[in-house]
Design a protein around this ligand. Sequence first.
Ligand code: PEP
Ligand code: MN
Length: 337
Amino acid sequence: MIIIMKHGVTKQEIDDVAEKVRKLGYEPHLMPGIEKTIIAAVGDERGKARLQALESMHGVEDVVPILKPYKLASREVKTNNTIITVNNVKIGGEKVVVMAGPCSVESREQLLETARAVKDAGADILRGGAFKPRTSPYDFQGLEEEGLKLLSEARAATGLPIITEVMNPMDVDLIVKYSDILQVGARNVQNFPLLKDLGQVKKPILLKRGLMTTIKEFLMSAEYILSEGNKEVILCERGIRTFETATRNTLDLSCIPVLRKETHLPIIVDPSHAVGHWEYVAPMAKAAVAAGADGLMIEVHSCPEEAYSDGPQSLKPTKFAKLMEELKPFIKAAGRK
Ligand code: PEP
Ligand code: MN
């Protein structure tokens, strides 16, 4: 249920309602809006009637049911877009945010060279995998904690915040110590124990859409994180599996307007994993911006021919710098910065 508070309500009135919601066995999620504060009471739907009675409390304007199954992610409970601040970078605001870097952290030299290059080209956030979800157990699995240390070094050298993937609930505490944003990969989008653990974390989570995940399922996964108390979820479309084999996956650009309508959460597009070939990355990056994405995640490698993972889809630093220039008119046309 959504408890809509009256305009000009006092903090005490909000606290009293939140307390009452808690007493009824629900978790009150405060959603301060521009006009009005909303309290989302999320829990067992069978107690709806008791929540309805809160209409008689001071400061309460209305109590209405949340119709969408993804309650906290939906625009029903929060009409204004969520903006997530990481260091000085605002994700979901006016600026189109670019996260760039190698698929895997491989060595100090490779990471620092790539990090400096993406920073010089104007990237906002450095990406790099230390724990890699590889299809084959014989492929490079990542440098693990050593990789996290190298990412911290690259952050210190460039000033860029870092994002890296967490695959296993057991690694959450370790990765939280190093990374500014935690990434959930496509293959873990429905790893519910992991999502619940990330709901307890005090850092933003970038959640990738799975290869076979519908938009509704994607939002339900975001809901797992939100319902545990972590309100900082960033959604990332990275291509879904279709019958087409010319590209690694099929970039579902239509999910951008759909998600925009359904949710207040920021929407990032990763064209690299979607197309799987470096030549196709730039056109799809531009298309994503034109369609209204809040940002991009792009794989860049100092020497893609030698990459341990995803070399074919990685841009060389010069090509990335060219793309960053070419994106400018698209960003402007989309009314963004
Ligand atoms: C990645 O970002 O390197 C990655 C493995 O992505 P995805 O989970 O989208 O395949
Ligand atoms: Mn990759």
